[in-house]
Design a protein around this ligand. Structure first.
Ligand code: FAD
Length: 372
């Protein structure tokens, strides 16, 4: 059976691994010219650690984990002069001491290396049309290549092309949480050694995370949805600098300069995806394409790995009964997704308070004096 997977990130790579292992013929199409390796460290939690063990990559993940255990706090909030005013203790951001935090690029490389040589990767291409005839799925790629598959799986993130083609326009399913985030690599050592430091202004967040081997700027701004081209770096920079402009406290100007200079920026809406069903006919969705919980949940990566495992397992168990297989995959995942999607607005208000009074309330709750 031939399966086309759209998207070569956490969900798509995990699915390719499992489908290949179960004997499917797998093609992965990725719109970017290569694996997209930017992003800050991400968490692997709960059952995703068991999935990683079954994939034989748990030790590699463990060996390459980011060590934040020596950190005094998850982050320290500072005032405009850089003086500490509040501290978020580590335990607010973790479920269990077994959680593993790993650089996103390292996880992508580990997943990719685990995949058998039989999987075909097509970069710099994207699904243009997808037609489910009932017996096969006919796909044409933007490059002009066309082929038929038994199944197509959209693992192509919150702006999924497969979802748009089969289930309808993005605005029906994606809910913008009134926030945009950005991540940018900074010169090594430009932060506070081993620590995370954050400056907040109403509706704006400027954070520098030092992981020893890497220093990452993390910014966020509260705003309703903005029109821009999410594939155009210059347009992303224009919107982001516009959203963060007018702030000069702490190291905000340094971060704004870093945005102007970078050629590798992650910038996107903080969104959740809510859909009544994750499959239609021979086409299914996994990961953020189906059920994004948002980056504030800290669970998107784990959900993507667990979902890929369930989908492949169910399809392998009943290849000729894909409707039932997709249904069982969804049943397994729904409760986890509901849990991950809950409480995200509170996390957002806490990390990126919209108003001065929300900001003061948070700072008082975690005031440096109160923490000691
Ligand atoms: C570059 C990048 C950086 C990220 N950084 C962070 C981070 O620091 N912290 C965090 O919590 N989350 C981050 N995320 C999101 C995180 O990876 C996901 O929330 C989670 O891991 C679920 O992954 P996913 O594979 O479902 O979706 P995603 O990781 O969003 O991957 C979707 C993939 O599909 C590809 N794609 C999109 N459209 C098409 C198309 N039409 N055809 C083919 N391919 C397509 C994208 O290029 C991407 O590789 C990042 C995502 C990306 C893409």
């Amino acid at each position: 059976m031939a399966v086309l997977v759209s998207g070569a990130s956490i969900a798509g790579l995990s699915l390719a691994y499992w489908l290949d292992r179960f004997g499917f013929e797998v093609t992965v199409v990725e719109r970017a010219p290569a694996l997209r390796v930017s992003g800050s460290p991400i968490d692997i939690r709960g059952d995703a650690l068991g999935v990683a063990a079954e994939m034989g990559i748990r030790d590699a993940i463990h060996d390459q984990r980011v060590s934040t255990s020596g950190r005094d706090a998850f982050t320290t909030w500072v005032d405009s002069l850089g003086q500490p005013i509040a501290v978020l203790p580590n335990e607010y951001a973790t479920d269990s001491p077994d959680d593993i935090e790993i650089a996103r690029d390292n996880l992508i490389a580990i997943l990719h290396d685990a995949i058998g040589s039989g999987v075909e990767f097509v970069y710099n291409d994207s699904i243009e049309t997808v037609v489910d005839t009932g017996r096969v799925v006919e796909v044409a790629l933007a490059s002009g290549r066309s082929a038929r598959y038994d199944h197509v799986v959209g693992a192509d993130g919150i702006h999924s092309t497969v979802r748009e083609a089969i289930f309808g326009p993005e605005h029906q399913y994606r809910k913008h949480l009134d926030t945009y985030t950005a991540l940018v690599d900074l010169p090594l050592g430009s932060g506070t050694a081993g620590e995370s430091v954050t400056f907040s202004a109403p509706g704006k967040m400027f954070c520098i995370n030092d992981y020893g081997h890497r220093t990452i700027g993390f910014m966020a701004a509260r705003t309703p949805e903005v029109e821009y081209d999410n594939r155009d770096l210059a347009d992303q920079k224009r919107v982001l600098t516009g959203l963060l402009a007018g702030e000069s406290g702490w190291r905000s100007e340094f971060l704004l300069e870093s945005i102007a200079e970078t050629d590798r920026l992650y910038f996107d809406s903080v969104s959740q995806v809510h859909m009544p069903g994750w499959s239609r006919g021979r086409v299914a969705l996994i990961g953020d394409a189906a059920h994004a919980a948002s980056l504030f949940s800290g669970r998107g990566t784990s959900l993507a790995m667990i979902g890929a495992h369930h989908l492949a397992t169910e399809l392998a168990a009943a290849p000729s009964e894909h409707t039932e297989a997709f249904g069982r995959y969804e049943q397994h995942m729904r409760p986890r997704v509901a849990t991950a999607q809950e409480g995200v607005s509170e996390a957002r208000d806490f990390l990126v308070p919209a108003t001065e009074s929300q900001l003061q309330a948070r700072n008082q709750r975690f005031a440096v004096d109160a923490a000691h």
